[in-house]
Write a protein that binds this ligand. Sequence first.
Ligand SMILES: C[S@@+](CC[C@H](N)C(=O)[O-])C[C@H]1O[C@@H](n2cnc3c(N)ncnc32)[C@H](O)[C@@H]1O
Length: 216
Amino acid sequence: MAAVSAWRGARARVDYAVATLLGRPRACVLDRLFAAYPDFYHMRDYGDERMDAIAEVIRREVGDCASLGDVSVYEGYALGRVADRLGVANLSGCDLSEVALDRARGALSGSFAAFDLTRLYDDPAIGLPIPRPDVLLVCECLYYVGPLANHAWSQSWIFRSRKLGFIAALRRHARKAVIFQHFGSRQKDAIGELVVAAGGRKVEDRWGIWLLPATA
Ligand SMILES: C[S@@+](CC[C@H](N)C(=O)[O-])C[C@H]1O[C@@H](n2cnc3c(N)ncnc32)[C@H](O)[C@@H]1O
């Protein structure tokens, strides 16, 4: 039995590595990986400084925030920690993985829905399947979205107008602001440059946080 689950875990890792190398992982690949390895990304091991920084930016730059949404809510860890710091109880989130979403539902109360962000990238008019929050979090996920995924989000000029259309769709879904946070050195500047082109600004360097005010 242990050998079977070890083999399944190893297979899930290989499938994920291949999918990421060739483009981006599909829902079934992530579901198998997350089922085998809870908190596969070791988000808890990074500690809470990232969430402290995001909460501080919202407090300082946005002010009152009554609702928070997260477009890649994963197991709910980042959303829950930011919400705790701001005292926000109205939460929502979506994610490609049902396995991750089930863990988020177990950890937090709110509105959670399965959704592939690439659908919004392909058709910015469809919107997101969650209520419109004051602040929408877009953290550590864009490199999984759209054609060429990580490669495209590491260079701002690749598919620039499509990425700007997608960013505009995210912006329409926020009442007050969208927070973009990606700390990988190549992605953070390329994504940040697009957020600035869309009308946003850099608000924190260490974790790579850019703020895009909602459309007036
Ligand atoms: C590195 S984790 C980041 C989790 C969380 N946003 C955070 O910052 O802690 C990436 C998350 O993106 C999700 N994801 C990957 N591809 C996606 C897609 N196409 N649409 C929506 N979510 C996706 C994964 O399931 C995972 O939960």
